[in-house]
Structures are given as C-alpha cells and as structure tokens.
Design a protein around this ligand. Structure first.
Ligand SMILES: [Zn+2]
Length: 500
C-alpha cells in the first residue's frame, strides 16, 4: 500500500502527503467514520431540533449541538478570545410581513393591497403631497414642469410596460412617488395584488439589505434601481384614480387615446406606510484550525444546518438536507484536530462553518461573506456539502457524488479531486452538473463565495422524492456514502491547505 502511494506521489505535481512519524493524510481521513456521522445526523434530526427552522428554538439547539462538538474536540473559535460565544456569528434577518399603508385623497381613505400596491422598502409618510396627473401623454410634453417633491400619476394601456414608462418619468425630474393606473386591464391589477402579497409574505432577507445597486451590473440605470429602493412606483385601482382625478371611467379610457399635452390636474394625497417586518436572530457556527506557515490564508469547509421546521404539525427532519453535510462537516473538523494532536497542522488555516438560513435564500452564507471574520481575499477556496447520502434517479447505488464548480474559478480543483478520489475514496465523481450556469451551482451556500470570485466545490448527491418533505429521515441515508464524501472533502481541504 505504501509503495502504491509513493508511486502516485511521483506522478502528481502537487504534494499529497506530509509524513511526520508514521502519520499521513490518509490516516487522518480514516478517522472519519460512518458511525460518528450517523450519531451526528440522529442528533440533528432529533425531536428537540424541530426541523431546525431559522430563528426557532430547534435551530438554536442545533447550533449549540454543533458548537459543543467543535468545542469538545478542541477546535478554536475564529476570534482569539475563545469565549464560547465567539463560535457563533450572530445573524440578524428580517421576516417580511405585509406593509400596512393608506392613501388619503379628499378625506377618503384607501388601503394597501386593495386599491394600491406599495411593496415598501422603508417606512414612509407623505403629508399633503401634490399629485400631478398627466394622463397618457408622453413625458416630453411636460418638460416645463418640475416633479421634484411631487407625485406623478399616469395612465397606461399596458400594465407590464408601466414600469419602463415610470423610468422615463424618473429621468425627467425624480418625483417623490410615481403612481399609475391601467383602466382597461383591471384584472392584471388584481393579479398583481395577489402575486405581490405571496412573493413578499413571510420571506426572509438580511436585516441590512444591499446598500446600493452595483453600477457595474446595472450601468446607467443603477441610479434608477437605487431610487426604487427608497421610493415607490405604485399601481393603483380605477377607484383611486377616479378619486384623485375626479374623472369617470369613460373619461379615463378616452384620455388613454389622447396623447396631446393637456393641462395637468393637480390634487393632494397623504400616504402613510409602515413595514410589519419581524426581526429574526439566528447564527452561523464557526471554528478554526490555525495554519502553520500561512495562517493568514484560509480554506473554508461548510454545510448549512438549518432546514424547514414543522409543516402542518409534521417535523421536516432534513436528514439528507442537510444534517448529512453538517454531520460530515463536524467529522472533518475533528479529523483536522486529530492531525493537529499528531503534530500536523496544515500550512494554511482551515475554517469550519455551519451556515444558518440557507433555506431562506442562502442568507447565512451571504451574511458571512459580507461580514467575514477574515478578509475575503485571504479565502483561497470553499468546499461546501449539501445533501449527501441519498441516491437520485440517475444512479442505482450510493457510490457516487456530484461535484460542481471544479473547473470554474480554479481549474486545479478537478485534477485534485480526481487524484485524491482515485487514491482513497473511490467514488464515482459525477460532473454532469459541473457548469458555471447550472442552477444547482447557484442553489447552495457556495454561491455566496463564487459571487466573490472564491473558487468553490459543491458536493451533492442529487434530488429525490423525499426532498423538502417530512419523509427526509435519517433511516434513508447511506452513511457509507457520507463517510467517503467527507473523507474526500477532508483530503481535498488537506491538499489545498498544504499546497505551496
Ligand atoms: Zn440544502
């Protein structure tokens, strides 16, 4: 066996082994066992974890479990204080409610999601705002009028195009509010109410959303998108339009056909809008093995530990999604610690991160990269595990793993994975989904690293019928598969953290 290893060593351009006394990376990988993985999975899927939904008691119990595993193994916190709390990166999220808002015109009150849709970025109050009604005339007809600190109401015969018409108005002279009404296709307005409600309600987002829109992506329109973050473009009902303009439906329809300049009607409105968002406090759990030669460079191994919680009184255990990856993460971290105890620390530092709020839109990892405990530039790679140990429809046994991202930002990742797998894990490495635009590549926490140009590999066993149901239970996992994937991830991280 040893001779075989040495032969391989000679054929590879990167060092696979660091020998010290009689221990090698293989000995450390061999510490990862299906038995311990199974124990972790069972704990993470126990009833007190309640399906680990972000912000719930169950999720916090899971966070404490992961922390205690790190701590008992002797892994450090990233923060030098080594205080218990320093293993937790606290993440504040907003759980979106429906904003309550009213518009008052001529002492009549109109309500949000009934006569208008204000999706609201921030709470706002407008008292006695001048509102200029311009019908369906092109905005050029009103070049003399300044809309600053006013609201503009226009008519459209194309509900979907209204937002680009609003863009023209915004370019003219940035009003405080833009309202529009489509007096013909009123069913589109009703549908818009319905979809806006369902898109928004109970969604999560980071407490502090992105400050500004990136002008590199949105070009000269980025100012407009920034405007949209704090101002509203508000579709309104025919009822409200009538109240503002004093016109009847027939007159509104007629003015749709009239594109000549008309004298704008000036009315006044009051708008009061309040977000009903709830603050959710949650946490990532992070530990560290400090490197010897390049401690200021980092490899990050990750898995999300949150799941969906309870659905109609049934616990969604999330054994495969993603107690499997979290269990593997814990055992990989312990294998690194074991190596340290045997006198071998990697050259670079390795960070082990269990992410929260992945199921809410990759928010735990998004928060992590925006508030990284180490400079993003010093993160050399991320290895992320999500959904291990099940068999999808394209395979007949659990001797495989999908790898995604291996050729995207660091082409070395594929040959390294192939070599190490051939050496020890002997899985079928399936690269079927390994293209930068594959949706799976953007669907788990590696995406937050990839966005920041950090090379990442996603380890994933594919979809199955129990995905996101209470049927995703620990008894359905193939623990040997998880063990072998975890060993491959360990060896890959060992290689990346020891490369020259
Ligand atoms: Zn997942």
């Amino acid at each position: 066996m040893k001779i075989f290893r040495l032969c391989l060593l000679l054929t590879l351009s990167f060092p696979l082994f660091s020998f010290s006394q009689s221990y090698s990376n293989i000995d450390f990988a061999a510490q990862i066992s299906e038995k311990s993985i199974k124990k972790n999975v069972k704990s993470l899927c126990s009833d007190i974890m309640q399906g680990r939904e972000t912000g719930t008691e169950g999720q916090k119990n899971a966070a404490v479990y992961i922390y205690s595993q790190f701590k008992q193994a002797g892994l450090q916190a990233v923060d030098k204080s080594q205080d218990s709390l320093s293993y937790f990166q606290s993440v504040k999220l907003s759980k979106l409610g429906l904003p309550s808002a009213t518009i008052k015109v001529n002492k009549k009150t109109f309500y949000n999601y009934k006569d208008f849709v204000a999706g609201s970025i921030q709470d706002s109050i407008f008292k006695d705002l001048d509102i200029v009604y311009i019908g369906n005339s092109p905005i050029q007809n009103y070049s003399e009028i300044d809309f600053t600190n006013k609201a503009v109401l226009f008519l459209t015969s194309n509900f979907h195009k209204a937002f680009s018409q609003a863009y023209d108005i915004w370019k003219h002279s940035k009003p405080s509010l833009i309202l529009f009404c489509d007096p013909i296709n009123t069913s589109l307005f009703d549908r818009y109410i319905h979809t806006s409600k369902s898109v928004r309600y109970k969604r999560f987002r980071l407490k502090k959303p992105i400050d500004t829109v990136d002008s590199r992506i949105f070009g000269k329109e980025s100012d407009f998108y920034n405007y949209l973050r704090t101002h509203e473009i508000i579709p309104i009902s025919v009822r409200l339009t009538k109240a503002i303009t004093g016109l009847k439906l027939k007159q509104l329809k007629n003015s749709l056909a009239n594109q000549n300049q008309t004298t704008p009607i000036i009315a006044h409105l009051q708008l009061q809008l309040k977000n009903n968002d709830e603050i959710i406090k949650t946490e990532n759990v992070i530990s560290l093995i400090e490197g010897t030669e390049k401690p200021e460079e980092f490899i990050i191994i990750s898995a999300h530990f949150d799941h969906l919680g309870v659905d109609k009184k049934l616990i969604c255990y999330g054994a495969n999604d993603n107690a499997s990856g979290t269990a593997a993460l814990i055992e990989i971290a312990k294998a690194f610690k074991y190596a340290e105890l045997k006198g071998q620390r990697p050259k670079r530092s390795v960070i082990f991160t269990a992410f929260t709020a992945e199921e809410k839109g990759l928010l735990g990892s998004e928060f992590f990269v925006r508030n990284s405990p180490v400079p993003l530039k010093s993160i050399k790679a991320n290895l992320n595990m999500d959904m291990l140990g099940r068999i999808d429809e394209y395979h007949s046994s659990a001797n495989y793993i999908y790898l995604l991202g291996t050729s995207h930002l660091n082409p070395q990742l594929k040959p390294i994975s192939d070599s190490l797998n051939g050496l020890y894990s002997h899985l079928i490495l399936d690269y079927k989904y390994d293209q930068p635009h594959n949706p799976f590549y953007g669907s788990s926490d590696q995406a937050s690293f990839v966005k920041n140009k950090i090379p990442s590999i996603m380890y994933f066993n594919g979809l199955h019928d129990d995905y996101h149901t209470p049927e995703d239970t620990p008894n359905k996992l193939d623990y040997k598969n998880i063990e072998r994937v975890a060993q491959l991830v360990f060896l890959t991280a060992w290689e990346l953290s020891n490369q020259d």
